[in-house]
Write a protein that binds this ligand. Sequence first.
Ligand code: WTA
Length: 654
Amino acid sequence: MSENNIQSVLHENRLFPPSEEFKATATLSADKLAELYAHADRDHEDFWATQARTEIDWQTPFTTTLDSSNAPFYRWFPDGKLNVSYNCLDRQLEKNADKKAIIFEGDAGDVEEITYRELHSRVCIFANALKAQNISKGDRVIIYMPMIAEAVIAMQACARIGAIHSVVFGGFSASSLKDRIEDTQAKMVITADGGHRGGRIIELKSTTDSALEIGCNSIENVIVFKRTGHDVAMKPDRDVWWHNAILNQSAECEPEWMNATDPLFLLYTSGSTGKPKGIQHSTGGYLLNAITTMRWVFDIQDSDVFWCTADVGWITGHTYVAYGPLATGATIVIFEGVPTYPDAGRFWDMCQRHAVTIFYTAPTAIRALIKQGDEIPNNYDLSKLRLLGTVGEPINPEAWMWYHTVIGKEKCPIVDTWWQTETGAHMLAPVPGVTVTKPGSCTKALPGIDAAIVDQEGNEITTANEGGYLVIRKPWPSMIQTVWGDDNRYKEAYWPYFDGKYYLAGDSARRDEDGLFWIMGRIDDVLNVSGHRLGTMEIESALVSNPLVAEAAIVGKPHDIKGESVFAFVVLKGDRPKGGIDDELTQTLRTWVGNEIGAIAKPDEIRYADNLPKTRSGKIMRRLLRTIAKGEEITSDTSTLENESILPQLQGKV
Ligand code: WTA
């Protein structure tokens, strides 16, 4: 990817207004959007109360919109009662019972279509099975599944009975799984024998067994869905096959009516310090923004086939696979496999075969597919597509332009959506029938979202293109409630400055001369590898837990496809390999990190030195390490460095 191209596109500052054709059918016109903004400006709480009354079926309507008495522990719609699964499934039965809810495609190309009626009954049956296994309201349930329809069924079933699910991405290791089980004190794991990815089997049951062997005393039962059919061990009294658990269960299951502020789920994500945090989301507020963003940003309509390629192990797979689309009665595509199997046309082939109209993916996937050439997408009929989206990291303008021309045929608006696990739903994003987009910008805050860029003192930066902290100044319904079991960590991580007045996103950003937002990167030690957040501390601790390693520092190195790759500097307890490189040891340590955290955290490169560069006060000089990882000349002042002589070692020169 050439720098020149990126520069020139940026320099051109090209604007992309929505086409007349798109505008003609879009649900939100410029006037309607202006009304939403005006309402939110006039009365923030009344605005969200109105949305909540319109979009959610309440069993008991709320009378209080927002309780701020214990800020920053904001409580939205505190006296309202509802059920998320009811709002996703039961209310579709009247008009949409025979509409496809899920089009599932397996890795090998097997397809299963599930109507809303069927999905409703399968969720109810599984919810009853959970109850029969002693799961009830408030219990935590771990879901460790392949990307198959049953993963969504399991999530919906938990929501139906008020159990709090915590989905663990199938690529995480036994040790990561164990950490999450222990932190949540879950009673059950729902898993599968395995999953299929790119023609191979991903082990899930045996990994679950390994996790349960090293701890996890809270677990009473494991439900195992048979997906691959390969041999797995079942432990009597603890493990039960899904197909046995659902035998004789009724297809009726009265939803558990939950308080709007009861937790719906926990999802773990990396921060700059310590272990991953269990982000706790609410029932009512979360559902509301999942729905409003489906309407405002995805312009969801009855005839749409909506495909968000994210795995349910990430927040995107929660809000835009398991909840938002179903709550708006959409048809979704769920795909078990990878974009390059059996070949790099898989995404486009599926868009054609399933007549996908809205396609939402990550910049890293787009960049990987660009490399395969235009002929591949050009071989497919992509004419049904009407809207494209991206999420997870800034999209470089060159990739944006390719997405726009080669996939969108210059007629599909692109919604570049900025949000986080903690925000629950889109925060900054275009409204496709209205917003004039610029490649690389996530454009504007949505109605009711008060985003700003501030300096160290919390003063708003109004100068165009000057960078600062991205903050949200008013609470919003789908906001994080707390860090599970650690209220202090919630306060310290997200409300540390400005007297706890603003939510600190952890990203730096700027606004251009048109007021559009551009995300510049993280302000903390969090890497973004292929759109996934990885804490440097987590990978460092994993490395240091290897008996050969004395010390480690992790930095991100810019990467064409992944955005950032993991670069490790390691100090061994024994002798340093010559030249700072040792391929065999590097393989060993990569495998080690894979086992400790998961394959996504494996360092791409490891360089060995006698010491890490530290200031005299003992802080690792990460900025210096980043420069070195990039192979750039060191121009910064290294005089505060304790041991300057290690520089050539870190650079791999000696
Ligand atoms: C980054 C993913 C630029 C950002 C939904 C954020 C983005 C982190 C964008 C959250 C975007 C997400 N443009 N950067 N459109 N979307 N990010 O929790 O750094 O996995 O803080 O949530 O991803 O990652 P998370």
